[in-house]
Design a protein around this ligand. Structure first.
Ligand code: 73E
Length: 837
């Protein structure tokens, strides 16, 4: 049905077009209107939560017009669009970001004050949108910010989980998971009950022959689940461009709610079917860098991928272009292998539904997709069992086998008689049961494959994807080093530092061109500037100290060295190395005389991060950190010389408080295991230094800021394999200092020795896979260098300022421009601001 208003009536529409508030007065009037009408409350019962709701709605109204205009303009110009497919978007809070990106925070601040509210308290009311686990999900969120800010026509596609990442509580030192129901009130999403897609599962494949004698496949039967679109506007910074994030929610298909049963009084089972359908988008899997092959996860993946592709294809077909132009109009980026079924689904659409020949369809598919790899950890590489796919997606399995057949045939033509090569690169692993290797499928189905930092991109080319470089040549593989958005991670999280920097970068807004930061280096010796710099860091530390007091009940001295490690808890990230180092420090302090102790640098060791609920070792690490804190924090010999804090429920909004307050942060993964890391960039950008291994983006950070401004330690990636081999086959000597730490734990100094036995034996008895002992000495020595450097505050501040000045490279704007040019082939499309708005 044509829903467009005829020409003669359009004038009336244009005359009444809403544009949202224009000034402080308009803002206040909108807030009051929303409180009194949308929320049906009044000045007599408007608490901070109601003020947040009304304020968000006022801002949302402002976004809508530009959002519509952006979409209309993109459709009108019919330019190529990027679609970013990600199972995770770790957005955090939206209100503060919207205020800053559209440049109306001052207006809101003054307006809210007039109405009796402090803007900070109002912002605090918002629940984080936590649809992600860690770095991969947050990267997707930074990318959306940059895509909109750079005026690229781009959409995100994801799942609208009813429950995001769980809330972490610490009870008696242990992690306890609590569900995160975040949708109670969410003004940032627009349900599109008219935008739905029926998604099929199970069923059978029937073959028929068409009039041209070609075999045609029909996927029939099974069950249908309905996907409903929810749209989230993504405002760009300092531009009217407002992009769209479309999240799919699952519900029973209209025909599926069984009215027969309902009328027969079998009410419960008809509701149960509805619930079964809703289960698909109910919960985010809480695993970071781990795949467990659960059927529901595969259902999520197909549900999301099929709905998104249907939507993309529907949009393309409106343009009436021939199919071969699809890759000129559409770029799809696979954020890790989670959306790899999209490759198969597009081939199925073109082949079975649109009637294209295999080769033409396949060339369209491969020219459309790009694949980003985020990890080399074997336990994170996705594999799905063939019987499971056969059951759930019978037609897709056939297509996967066909893709594999043609691929292996082409390999055989190029490398005849290399049967082992065929076995290694096959999309099907010949195990019991057989498995589909999703990374192989993603590589074969894409025109570009990229890693996320230089070392990582080199590693995938020389290790896990080596054979594919031989087959496709090196040009298919490339690097795009990750980046972060300076809008959220500097301007929003650290407004005073952002303001100080902009007072020195002058004319051009450094938030739109982060390379402007280098002008700051000219002021490194400016006394007033340095003084203000130090005052800002202290104020940020005081703010964190307050948070530590209220959330963990520990009093810390804001002038102590704040040492921070916040990220998912994982053995490869080595929080165990950190806490063993803390115990070593504690023992060293205990062995000193009171006079000697006075010479020592006071330090606060701050940890934060969630463990996957089923990751027992990670949970033991959390328990050990809390147990050590309990002893150290109450030891009168130690006092303020050492405090150990575990901050519960680390998330995006907590990161915005923690990161600006750090003096030194820890990025200490076993070399070759952390693909990039992105918090390392956030910490340095906020004037903190890093202690880290030669891993992931630490290496490029060192290249940019200079090796005098970073504390590197530990073995190199190229030596890891040999060291592991030596542990397994040779004798394995544990570092003597580390052994003393182990003995102290085993004495019961930190309570229940049983719980911590596994952490010790992983190092001592089970091959020390993550090289904790090999790196321990170098780690402790380097921490001593950190203490020494910190005592010279003048030099320390010089290092911090110099480092910030050289961080321009790590903007996600640079990163997105590289993708746009090297992989997506898309151009910015600037939308001019609405007159008067
Ligand atoms: O090094 C980080 C990287 O900075 C890497 O571990 C992370 O991605 C970040 C962004 O590139 C990552 N997450 C996952 N794999 N790599 C992952 C895997 C399975 C499920 C959820 C997340």
């Amino acid at each position: 049905v044509e829903a467009s208003i005829p020409e003669p009536q359009r004038e009336a529409w244009l005359k009444h077009q809403v544009s949202g508030f224009k000034d402080k007065d308009g803002f206040e009037s909108e807030v009051v209107r929303h409180v009194e009408t949308t929320l049906a409350r009044s000045m007599f019962n408007c608490d901070e939560s109601a003020a947040y709701s009304a304020c968000s709605l006022a801002f949302r109204d402002r976004l809508i017009l530009e959002w519509n205009r952006t979409q209309q303009r993109q459709t009108f110009v019919d330019s190529k669009r990027l679609y970013y497919l990600s199972l995770e978007f770790l957005m955090g809070r939206a209100l503060d970001n919207a205020m800053l990106n559209i440049g109306q925070k001052d207006v809101a601040k003054a307006g809210l004050a007039d109405l009796g509210f402090r803007i900070e308290d109002v912002i605090e009311q918002e629940h984080d949108a936590a649809l992600g686990n860690g770095g991969l999900g947050r990267l997707a969120a930074c990318f959306l910010d940059s895509l909109a800010s750079l005026n690229y026509p781009a959409w995100g596609y994801g799942l609208r989980y009813r429950y995001g990442i769980f809330k972490q509580e610490i009870i008696d030192g242990y992690q306890v998971e609590v569900p995160d129901y975040w949708l109670d009130f969410n003004p940032w999403e627009f349900p599109r009950h008219d935008v739905t897609v029926d998604i099929q599962f199970f069923g059978i494949v029937r073959k028929s022959t068409n009039e041209n004698g070609r075999t045609v496949s029909h996927w029939e039967g099974g069950e249908i689940v309905k996907a409903v679109a929810y749209d989230v506007p993504i405002p760009g910074y300092a531009t009217p461009s407002t992009n769209n994030l479309r999240l799919w929610s699952s519900t029973a298909a209209s025909g599926e709610f069984d009215f027969q049963k309902f009328n027969n009084g079998d009410y419960e089972s008809s509701v149960a079917e509805q619930q079964r359908a809703e289960t698909i988008s109910a919960v985010l899997y809480p695993n970071d860098n781990l795949e467990r092959g659960k059927e529901l996860r595969l259902k999520q993946q197909y549900f999301w991928v099929a709905a998104s592709l249907y939507d993309i294809v529907r949009r393309f077909k409106k343009s009436k272009r021939p199919w071969r132009e699809f890759p000129d109009q559409v770029a799809i980026q696979l954020n890790d292998t989670h959306p790899t079924l999209a490759v198969v689904e597009l081939q199925r659409i073109l082949l079975d539904l649109e009637g294209l020949e295999w080769d033409e369809a396949w060339s369209i598919v491969t020219n459309t997709f790009g694949y980003t790899n985020h990890t080399v950890l074997p336990e994170a590489l996705e594999k799905w069992s063939v019987p499971l796919i056969q059951h759930l997606l019978p037609r897709h399995l056939q297509i996967i086998y066909e893709i594999n057949l043609y691929f292996l045939q082409s390999v055989e033509r190029k490398f005849p008689d290399d049967r082992e090569l065929l076995g290694r690169v096959s999309i099907i692993e010949e195990s019991q049961p057989k498995m589909v290797r999703m990374a192989h499928l993603a590589i074969v189905g894409s025109h570009k494959v990229n890693g996320v930092a230089e070392l990582h991109s080199d590693l995938i080319k020389t290790t896990i994807f080596k054979d594919f470089v031989t087959i496709f040549g090196p040009d298919k593989f490339t690097n795009v080093t990750n980046g972060i958005t300076p809008r959220r991670w500097l301007h929003q999280a650290n407004p005073r530092l952002s303001e100080l920097i902009s007072s020195k970068t002058g004319g051009k807004d450094f938030l739109t061109d982060l390379n402007e930061l280098n002008k700051v280096e000219l002021h490194v010796n400016d006394k007033a500037f340095r003084k203000e710099w130090a005052a800002i860091k202290l104020a940020n530390k005081e703010r964190l100290a307050k948070h530590i007091k209220t959330s963990a009940g520990v009093t810390v001295d804001p002038t102590a060295l704040f040492d921070v490690q916040v990220k998912r808890i994982h053995e490869y990230k080595r929080q165990q190395l950190n806490i063993f180092g803390v115990i070593h420090r504690y023992l060293t302090l205990k062995a000193m005389s009171p006079e000697e102790r006075k010479e020592q640098q006071p330090r606060v060791s701050i940890f934060g991060g969630k463990a996957a609920p089923g990751y027992w070792m990670a949970k033991q690490i959390i328990h050990l950190i809390n147990s050590v804190g309990k002893v150290v924090n109450n030891d009168e010999d130690i006092g303020d010389l050492l405090k150990v804090v575990f901050l519960e429920d680390y998330n995006v909004s907590k990161a915005e408080i923690i990161i600006p307050a750090s003096d030194i942060s820890e990025h200490i993964s076993t070399a070759g295991t952390e693909a990039s890391g992105t918090s390392n960039m956030k910490f340095v950008l906020n004037g903190g230094l890093i202690i880290g291994t030669c891993d992931g983006a630490n290496i490029e950070i060192t290249r940019e800021i200079g090796e005098n401004n970073i504390f590197l330690f530990g073995n190199l990636a190229e030596d890891v394999e040999d060291l592991r081999h030596a542990h397994t086959y040779g004798s394995h000597e544990i570092d003597p200092d580390l052994n003393r730490v182990f003995q102290e734990i085993e004495k019961g100094t930190f309570g229940s020795t049983q719980d911590f036995a596994a952490l010790i034996s992983a190092v001592r008895d089970h091959g020390d896979y993550y090289l904790v002992s090999d790196d321990f000495h170098s780690y402790v020595e380097t921490q001593a260098l950190v203490d020494e450097a910190y005592r010279n505050q003048e030099e320390w501040i010089t290092k911090c300022i110099t480092s910030v000045a050289r961080m321009g490279f790590f903007s996600s704007d640079r990163c997105i421009n590289e993708y746009a040019e090297g992989i997506w082939n898309i151009e910015p499309l600037r939308v001019e601001k609405e007159e008067g708005a």
